[in-house]
Design a protein around this ligand. Structure first.
Ligand code: HEC
Length: 417
C-alpha cells in the first residue's frame, strides 16, 4: 500500500517486502548487481529505463527454459493431431473416399501443422506469463514515489525479503557501500495482494455463460421434435419466399407457381417429327412405321413384348384378348360397378386401325384407358405397337401367311366334315 523510507512503520501490521536501492547510472547498477549476487542473494531484480549491457551476467541470470517448453508443446501438438486423425478416420469411423487410403501422412499434414503452431503459440504466450509470475494485481514496488523514475532516469535494485540470506541491516550497508544514492524498505498492507472482487464477479459471469452451450446441447440431444434439433444460423430458412402451391397477391391469377411462357420448349425437347412422336401425318394417322425404328429387328419385337407385358398385359391380357388379371379381378368383384373391360386387341375395330392410331391410344389414352406417354418413351411405344401387330397376326392367321408348300397341304384337306 505505502512504501516507507523510515523504519518507524515497522511496528504496524504491514508486511516487509524487501529493500529498494536507487543508483545514478548504469555502470553503478551493474557493479551493485554483481555485489548483491556475490553476497549470496538470489531473489533480487534490477530495473532500468533501457536495457543495460552486462546486467544478465552480473545478476547471474540463466537462459530461459521457455524454448524447451515451446518445443515440447509443438511435438505434443504433432502427436495429438496425428493420433486424432488416425483414430477418427481410420479406426473409429472409416470412410472410403474414392478408394484413398484411410490414413496417409500427406493428407494429414495441414491439421498437424496447425496443431503444432497452436500448441506452441499458446505455450509461448502463457509460458511467458507463468514464468514471470503474471498476472499480478499488485506490486509493492509500484507504491514507491522514487521507483517511478525507473522508467525515466534512475536505476534500481530490489531485493525480495523472502530470500534465505535476507538481512535488512546488512544489505542496507552493502547497497550503500556499492554506491546507492538511496535505500528504501518496502512494505505492503496485508490486503494489497488480494484479488479484487470484480475479478471474481467477472469469473462467475464467464463460467455461467460458458455453461449455456453444453446445457443447450444436452437439451437438444434429448429432444424428440421433428424440426431440426440444432438450428442456430437460420439464414435461408427464414427468408421471405413463396411456398409451392401457395397463393400470392403478386399475380393476377393469384398463383405463386408460374407457367412457362407460351411456346417455351426445353432444350432438346422440340418434338417436331409428327410421324415418330405422334403417329400422324397431317390430319391422318400413319400406316407405316417411322424410319427411326426401321428395319424392324427381332430384338425390337422382343423389346416390345417385354414392355407390353409390363404396361399392357395387366389389362389387355398376355395375348391381347382383353382378359388381363386386373380386369378379371375387377369383374369378379360384386362391388365394381362402372368397370369398363379393356378391348380385345383382336377385335375387328382394332385390327383395322392404322398403326398410327394404336400409337396414339398408347400416347394419349383413349376414353377410359389412361395415357402412357409419361411412362413409356416413343421408341418403346413403337416397339409395343409392333408387338401388338404380331399378337394380332398370331390370333388371326390366314392361309396366305403360310409358305406355299404348307398352304397346299392344307388346301387339299377337306374341312367339310
Ligand atoms: C388400366 C387398364 C389398361 C391398360 C394398362 C392398357 N389399356 Fe388399353 N384399353 C383399356 C380399356 C378399358 C380400353 C377400352 C376403352 C373404352 O372403350 O373406353 C382400352 C382400349 C385399348 C385399345 C383400343 C382403342 C380403340 O381405338 O378403341 C388399344 C389399341 C389399347 N387399349 C392398347 C393398349 C396398349 C398397347 C397398352 C399398353 C401400353 C394398353 N392398352 C394398356 C385399358 C387398359
Amino acid at each position: 500500500m505505502t512504501a516507507h523510507a523510515t523504519p518507524a512503520a515497522e511496528e504496524s501490521s504491514e508486511r516487509l517486502c524487501g529493500l529498494l536501492a536507487e543508483f545514478a547510472d548504469a555502470p553503478a547498477l551493474v557493479e551493485a548487481a554483481r555485489t548483491v549476487r556475490e553476497a549470496g542473494i538470489r531473489r533480487f531484480d534490477s530495473h532500468s529505463p533501457f536495457p543495460v549491457h552486462g546486467i544478465d551476467g552480473a545478476m547471474g541470470i540463466r537462459p530461459t527454459v521457455l524454448p524447451w517448453l515451446v518445443m515440447g508443446a509443438g511435438v505434443a501438438g504433432a502427436i495429438v493431431a496425428l493420433v486424432m486423425q488416425w483414430w477418427t478416420n481410420a479406426v473409429d469411423y472409416p470412410l472410403n473416399i474414392s478408394g484413398k487410403p484411410l490414413f496417409s501422412l500427406p493428407a494429414n499434414i495441414p491439421v498437424t501443422f496447425e496443431l503444432i503452431i497452436l500448441f506452441s503459440a499458446l505455450t509461448a504466450f502463457f509460458g511467458v506469463l507463468a514464468l514471470n509470475g503474471l498476472p499480478r494485481f499488485h506490486d509493492p514496488l509500484s507504491q514507491s514515489e522514487r521507483f517511478r523514475r525507473a522508467t525515466a532516469d534512475r536505476f534500481f535494485i530490489s531485493i525480495d525479503a523472502r530470500d534465505a540470506a535476507f538481512d535488512a541491516t546488512r544489505l542496507r550497508g552493502l547497497l550503500e557501500g556499492a554506491g546507492a544514492t538511496a535505500v528504501e524498505t518496502v512494505y505492503e498492507a496485508p490486503t494489497a495482494a488480494q484479488i479484487p472482487p470484480v475479478i471474481y464477479l467477472a469469473g462467475i459471469v464467464v463460467v455461467s455463460l460458458a455453461l449455456i452451450p453444453p446445457l443447450w446441447i444436452a437439451k437438444d440431444r434429448r429432444s424428440t421434435s421433428d424440426t431440426p434439433r440444432m438450428h442456430p444460423v437460420r439464414d435461408m430458412d427464414d427468408q421471405p419466399r413463396f411456398q409451392p402451391q401457395a397463393d400470392t397477391p403478386l399475380f393476377a391469377n393469384g398463383q405463386t407457381m408460374r407457367l412457362p411462357v407460351p411456346g417455351t420448349i426445353a432444350s432438346g425437347d422440340l418434338r417436331d417429327d409428327d410421324h415418330f412422336f405422334r403417329g400422324t401425318e397431317g390430319e391422318q394417322f400413319v400406316t407405316t412405321l417411322p424410319p427411326q425404328v426401321q428395319p424392324v429387328t427381332l430384338a425390337f419385337v422382343q423389346r416390345g413384348r417385354e414392355r407390353y407385358d409390363v404396361y399392357c398385359a395387366p389389362c389387355h391380357g398376355l395375348a391381347g384378348a382383353g382378359d388381363g388379371i386386373t380386369s378379371v379381378r375387377a369383374l369378379a368383384r360384386p362391388d365394381s360397378p362402372g368397370w369398363v373391360p379393356p378391348l380385345s386387341l383382336h377385335s375387328l375395330g382394332v385390327r383395322e386401325q392404322p398403326i398410327g392410331k394404336i400409337f396414339n391410344s398408347i400416347t394419349n389414352g383413349i376414353r377410359t384407358m389412361p395415357a402412357y406417354n409419361a411412362q413409356i418413351p416413343p421408341q418403346d411405344r413403337w416397339a409395343i405397337v409392333v408387338y401388338v401387330l404380331a399378337l394380332q397376326r398370331s390370333q388371326n392367321a390366314v392361309l396366305d401367311d403360310l409358305p406355299p408348300e404348307e398352304r397346299e397341304k392344307l388346301e387339299l384337306r377337306d374341312f367339310r366334315n
